[in-house]
Design a protein around this ligand. Sequence first.
Ligand SMILES: C[S@@+](CC[C@H](N)C(=O)[O-])C[C@H]1O[C@@H](n2cnc3c(N)ncnc32)[C@H](O)[C@@H]1O
Length: 625
Amino acid sequence: MSKSDKTTTTDHTVGEFVRLGKLHPHHKNPRNNDHAVDSIANSIKRFGFTSPIVANKDGTILAGHTRFKAAQKIGLDTVPVVYVDLSPVDAELLMIADNKLGEKADWNTDQLSDLLTGLKEQGEDLDVLGFEQHELDDLLDGLDDADPFGDSEPVEAEPPPLVESDLDFRLLKGNCLDMLKELPDNSIDSIVTDPPYELGFMGKSWDSTGIAYSVELWSECLRVLKHGGHLVAFSGSRTVFPMGVAIAEAGFEVRDMISWIYTSGFPKSLDISKAIDKRGGSSVAWFGKWLKDWRLKNNIKQKDIAKLFPSKTGGLTGCVGNWETGANLPTPEQFNLICDHFDLPFENIEEAERQIVGKHKSDAGGFVGVRLGDKGGNITAPASPQAQQWQGWGTALKPAQEPAVLARKPIDPDCSSIAENVLKWGTGAINIDAGRFAYGDDCHFGDTSELKDKSKSKGQSSTVGFGQSAAMNDTIFVSSEIGRFPANVYQCKKPQRSEKEQGLDHLTGKTGAEATQRKEGSDGLNSPRAGAGRTAEHVKNFHPTVKPIKLMRWLCRLLTPQGGTVLDPFLGSGTTAVSAILEGFNAVGCEMTADYYPIIQGRVNWAKAERNKEVLDGQKEQTDG
Ligand SMILES: C[S@@+](CC[C@H](N)C(=O)[O-])C[C@H]1O[C@@H](n2cnc3c(N)ncnc32)[C@H](O)[C@@H]1O
């Protein structure tokens, strides 16, 4: 590095401006960062280069590879750099530690949600923060509060231009318990569905009717499904059990469970330590311990205070001792009486909240790095001995998966084997080869070590599959050209808004106010939890629980024979039908909420057009080839 490269020369902890050409990425950088470059570039444009790159003295970048790429992208000449002089091993350690340590802190989601909502309310563009759209949707959850059974008018929509297709889609408008009766016995090849989770999600009335536990519903599904046909039905991790029981009671054979891993949920755990401190509604549980220290320091005896609270007979009680050991808390009246008689640093209970021991600080990444806290950024200490004992305990894990029951209609009583059933009905088996994961497909969950040995070409081809060992006449795993054997786990993120709104350009959409069924300027709408600040945004697919298309395509592909028909009794915004069409299957589904009909129709129309394009491209390739 020559001196001319520097615009400022300071000690190495502050950094110096260096030409980009003097830096180069570490050849062993273990991070995939291409997807993050745009977000970081936006952030640099908005805030400047707030965090210097760390480089070894020869210009090898050890921390800040993404910032380096972002700087290249936006055409910066120089960037701030902190130089270090590390051995090759220490350099590698720092490169890993810099990334790994950043993952240690986690979010106080309530505080984050309030902070984001406030910023949004002030009209700030949250895109510069690097959150995925679905993460922002989760955090700013007000838009998802729409109650489809409310009084608001349905979305005004132009009828979508109809796309001609060989594939059939039928929308049965109404309650699936009634609508399924329109379908003949043994007419459906697979059922891929996402019923209500029965959790009353975001106050939705349709999510707590008990329909998912209805044996009558699953019996209708059994009736319309062909013999040996498969059903896959999603549920909440705590409501899947009663739903599975109802499915089995209806006559299905429960075969397996499939997990959709989405990893991006936010924990909603109750802080037990705080809950203990707040027993009885008081927030002054720290007071007992504090009182003892204060009393001893000021040479005041327990009985001096206890005199304020005589027993019915006028004698002394052990109340002060009990408070000091944390066995119980003074009532607000008792607390205020002590304040009146002694010179305490607070006048009354309102002034004496749970003891504040600090303020939240931002960590190196500029994010809130502490776990729990009160409103206003205060960190409060566990006060009572019991609360100290239970510090760090909560009531829930971070949600990261949704389970689905995989079940099968028993085979035709006239068939003597599953093979005979498959030949007669086309149903009964799972399309393993169509469900395989290509190498490099990040929807595959788990160890990828076989890849190194057996891969022929990255991103495609070889994998571990199954085949017959002639000697053993036994199924063994062997390498395969067509992808990794499908597991009962599928990993992918929640869908982005762009995916959810494919085919909906013609719709007017709903504003935040319409979606939340609240009046502009009303208290409810202005509440941060209700999504204040999003009133002007028009959302076209306002369904709150849209599944990712690639997940549903994979399920349709696994369970449906060629030319088959997929049923979803709970279409929502139509993701199953969209997925079935994209995979070349016919689709039929029910939905009882009229607000969603234009969304379903627009999305399915788009899927038909996409499928037509794919078929045409395929035909063209064949002709050219
Ligand atoms: C969990 S959502 C499905 C979301 C869908 N997977 C998607 O990606 O958009 C369940 C849907 O079932 C509908 N529903 C609830 N009970 C129903 C019933 N008895 N008959 C028909 N539809 C019903 C609700 O209106 C809701 O849209």
